[in-house]
Design a protein around this ligand. Structure first.
Ligand SMILES: [Fe+2]
Length: 422
């Protein structure tokens, strides 16, 4: 199969093209229109223009196709009710599957085509939003047969039929604020990331009421996804002052509010701040990239069916240690978290300890062994684990180049909980 992220030219060009440190190249920084706070989908009239007024002004046909899954359907119904009150015809498609398998998003695209909307609203977690973006491509560009081959440099030309609004019901993926969609090619059990500026939603709606019933485990898993986005974004070579500011603010918020959201799901302030933190990290990495937490996390998550956020998050401390050999950027994260040390080495150790204590507070396993991955299966899949991590596009944004042999070492250290000292 020909994946865009295996093109050597793109791999070499991508980190370079995003880097503001290279003379003659520029970065584009885009965000959706953010609508934040409670009561975004009111039942009655509100002060000032409501979300339906704003969307209605952009949609002539007033036909809204709402993509969701069974877990988030009740929130989709709230959105549908508000939209219908504003004169929209709606259809709820509740068949989005976890990890957005390609056959499932095609099915969503077919349903979208049959309804012919001019507004697509994705209500759900990362898989729903990512799947809805991919279904949107099928709807607008039926000529594209294999989504995994779409280059980030290609102009997709979406929005000729519909605009796109994302309403997250988890706080982690940041998909509501990125042009990224991570799908699963179920035939090869592989995560397929799409990255294209056209996939950036037109609107992101952050309503904490949609997250208060999120179970504690999912709260933590998605929260660690946001944390992985933020720490990667700070670390990578193509970071800049804007992405650093956003990512560091996100890290601070996550350290402060994720434990509160985990312990007390109905803590509305914690839920709102986590929503903001996830979107903030999303804006930051969307303008930039993730790095090795996601290379390893995509590979591990795809091969062992582990939640994306947990699969990425577990690698954060190991990545700090790996990057520290060539980059001091971990000091910025330490400063944001008020972690200190007499020397750089001591600061690094204290930062790793702070991260591990944070994980313990959230009952998150620190090793792959503690995640319940059987040793024999781990060994059996090692070659594939290494290959997928090494080939992942995020690997090319690492502040320290990594060989396949080093990938294997990182996996082995993460399995047993050993510090990375190479
Ligand atoms: Fe992620």
């Amino acid at each position: 199969m020909s994946y865009w992220f295996l093109d050597p030219m793109l791999k070499a060009l991508f980190p370079l093209a995003l880097s503001t440190t290279v003379k003659g190249l520029s970065s584009v920084f885009s965000t959706p229109t953010l609508i934040m706070g409670s009561n975004v989908f009111p039942e009655g009239p509100v002060l000032g223009p409501s979300v339906v007024d704003i969307w209605g002004a952009r949609c002539e046909k007033k036909k809204a196709f709402i993509v969701t899954d069974e877990a988030a359907e009740r929130f989709a119904k709230i959105a549908a009710k508000t939209l219908e009150g504003g004169g929209f015809a709606t259809e709820i498609w509740n068949k989005a599957l976890p990890e957005a398998p390609m056959s499932n998003v095609k099915e969503g695209g077919d349903a979208m085509t049959a309804f012919a909307p001019d507004l697509i609203v994705a209500v759900g977690g990362g898989s729903v939003m990512d799947g809805a973006k991919a279904a949107w491509i099928h709807y607008e560009r039926p000529d594209i047969e294999y989504l995994g081959a779409i280059s980030p440099l290609e102009t997709l030309g979406l929005r000729k039929k519909a605009i796109f609004a994302a309403v997250p019901t988890t706080s982690g993926t940041g998909s509501e604020c990125t042009g990224v969609s991570v799908l699963t090619d179920e035939e090869v059990h592989r995560k397929i990331p799409l990255a294209n500026a056209d996939l950036l939603p037109d609107f992101a709606v952050l309503d904490p009421a949609f997250t208060v019933t999120m179970p504690p485990k999912l709260t933590v898993g998605t929260g660690l996804d946001a944390l992985s986005h933020a720490v990667d974004t700070v670390a990578i070579v193509s970071s800049n002052e804007i992405t650093d500011a956003l990512a560091l603010a996100s890290i601070e918020m996550i350290f402060k509010y994720l434990p509160r959201a985990y312990v007390e799901g109905h803590d509305r302030e914690a839920r709102f701040r986590m929503h903001v933190a996830a979107s903030t990290a999303g804006i930051a990495f969307g303008a930039n990239s993730t790095a090795l937490t996601h290379s390893f996390g995509h590979s591990l998550g795809g091969l062992f069916k582990i939640h994306h956020g947990l699969a990425c998050g577990v690698f954060i401390p190991y990545n700090f240690q790996f990057y520290a050999k060539t980059s001091d950027k971990f000091l910025n994260i330490a400063r944001a978290l008020r972690v200190e040390g007499e020397t750089k080495e001591e600061t690094l150790n204290n930062l790793v300890d702070a991260m591990r204590s944070f994980f313990k507070k959230l009952d998150v396993p620190l090793t792959l062994k503690d995640m319940g991955i059987p040793k024999d299966e781990f060994e059996e899949k090692m070659d594939q684990l290494v290959l997928y991590a090494h080939e992942d596009i995020s690997t090319f944004f690492s502040p320290r180049p990594i060989t396949k042999a080093q990938c294997e070492q990182v996996f082995r250290c993460a399995y047993d909980g050993k510090d990375i000292d190479f």
